[in-house]
Design a binder for this molecule. Structure first.
Ligand SMILES: [Zn+2]
Length: 202
């Protein structure tokens, strides 16, 4: 169902009247539409996550969350036009355990800000892989402390070696990704988004 959505009117400002469907063309705004980051607040207004607009819309349509701020772009589907959210809030309070987040590729890339931890290059998620600092073949665990974002060329170069053997240096000591880390990242992301600011800087 969400696959049917398209965002042909992205780029319109809120003051514009909606154009007749089909009158617009797809633009770079498409990226900005469904993939734009949306700040997710708990029912208590506490910021808890960042998700893509597409997921946020599903949460709103399911009645799980409501839109607190809009991003000024529209989503068109059939005869429905919907304003895309910039901030949503869950209608029911969710207890967020103050422990580390789930260990996943997505969260490791988020923690490392899509930056190869050896050469420091920023890349799209699809171009990064995960590197075991201490290789698995040498007893390295799949843990927050032993996994880092890594580009393919650094990964090949390192192979089955320890960083020191490959003469490579980690940019940062890998640590568990806790709520504090995620708040910090939300703040960094929110710096460019005025609408996030009031929820993040309290
Ligand atoms: Zn690299």
């Amino acid at each position: 169902m969400p696959g049917k959505w398209n965002n042909s009117a992205a780029g319109l400002s809120r003051s514009h009247v909606l154009p007749a469907s089909g009158a617009e063309t797809h633009s770079p705004g498409d990226f900005y539409g469904l993939h734009a980051p949306v700040l997710v607040l708990n029912a208590s207004y506490e910021p808890i996550n960042v998700c893509a607009a597409r997921r946020a819309i599903i949460l709103v349509l399911k009645g799980v969350a409501m839109t607190e701020e809009e991003n000024g772009h529209f989503l068109h589907a059939a005869r429905l036009a919907m304003r895309l959210p910039s901030v949503i809030r869950l209608l029911e309070y969710r207890r967020i355990p103050h422990q580390t987040r789930a260990l996943s590729r997505k969260n490791i890339l988020l923690r490392d800000r899509n930056t190869c931890q050896y050469c420091g290059e920023f890349m799209a998620s699809g171009e990064l892989t995960l590197d075991h600092v201490v290789p698995r073949s040498r007893g390295g665990a799949s843990s927050w402390e032993n996994l880092v974002a890594c580009c393919h060329s650094c990964n090949r170069r390192k192979g089955n070696q320890l960083p020191i053997e490959a003469r490579m240096v980690l940019r940062r000591e890998p640590r568990a990704f806790n709520l504090h880390t995620s708040r910090h990242i939300m703040r960094l992301m929110g710096r460019s988004d005025d609408k996030w600011r009031k929820y993040l800087f309290y």
